[in-house]
Design a binder for this molecule. Structure first.
Ligand SMILES: [Zn+2]
Ligand SMILES: [Zn+2]
Length: 267
């Protein structure tokens, strides 16, 4: 099985998973590498909800799990950073201050609202919200591009009123291409996130057409993540992810160790 580089534990506000249970499940599944990428979404706009954690505690716990399980699985230190244009300097400092192996940059907001909440779509066509989301993402990557992999690039589509009914890469090609060109220019990987498959979207995030386009534009770095918030969903649909990556022209996926890509051949 391929490595799962996007997984949550109780360091994330929206997960109760014990890190040790995550690691044990990963070993049971035969995953070669696992990275716990808990949420930091500073300035998250929903009142009463904060996505932040004590990185010192996280490092201590991961180090102790590495001491116990490190001979059975490679355990990496990671974080999922929620992108917003004003956070670039703070995130840059965070990545300088702490020795993470891997960082995911994720667009969780559109015009300052999380599309997870239906109000975000009120009075608008899905396509308008999708377009704003990609435009916001482009702006955020221009402001900050020191992360290693772009998480679930078309995440917004999971939450549209009609979800993927009116969605295609072609409709947003001009802005998505700009995003992909920046990823290639800054050596940022593109993540294939299988949560879209689990949530019955019919494809991973992003849609395979976007993975294909990234490859066409010269992108070679892809990471794979289940985005599991419960150990049960680790490695979800990874066989399918592997097939999709190959059909999009990739021969390798990668893991990141100390922010350097390590390529692994796809079977
Ligand atoms: Zn996310
Ligand atoms: Zn996530």
């Amino acid at each position: 099985m391929i490595a799962d580089l996007h997984v949550h534990s109780r360091y994330s506000t929206d997960s109760e998973a014990e890190p040790e249970d995550v690691i044990r499940q990963a070993i049971d599944l035969g995953l070669p590498t696992i990275c716990l990428t808990d949420h930091i979404d500073w300035d998250y706009p929903v009142e009463g909800l904060t996505f932040d954690f004590d990185i010192g505690d996280y490092f201590k716990e991961i180090d102790s799990l590495k001491a116990t399980y490190g001979d059975r699985i490679r355990i990496l230190k990671g974080v999922e950073l929620g992108l917003q244009p004003q956070l670039g300097d703070r995130y840059q400092k965070l990545l300088k201050d702490w020795d993470f192996d891997f960082s995911i940059g994720s667009q969780h907001l559109v015009e300052g609202k999380d599309p997870y909440y239906p109000e975000t779509f009120e009075g608008k066509e899905d396509s308008e919200v999708y377009r704003s989301y990609f435009e916001n993402m482009l702006e955020d990557i221009r402001a900050f591009h020191d992360f290693d992999s772009m998480g679930h690039l078309d995440y917004v589509v999971r939450y549209g009123r009609h979800r993927a009914r009116d969605y295609s890469y072609r409709d947003f090609a001009n802005v998505i291409d700009e995003i992909l060109k920046l990823l290639v220019r800054y050596n940022i990987a593109l993540e294939i996130n299988t949560c879209g498959i689990r949530k019955q979207l019919g494809f991973p995030n992003p849609h395979p057409d976007i993975l294909k386009r990234y490859r066409e534009l010269g992108g070679t770095l892809v990471t794979c993540g289940s985005d599991a918030h419960k150990p049960h969903y680790l490695g979800y649909a990874f066989d399918r992810a592997e097939e999709i990556l190959k059909s999009c022209g990739f021969t390798h996926y990668c893991c990141f160790v100390r922010h350097e890509p390590v390529f692994v051949r796809l079977k």
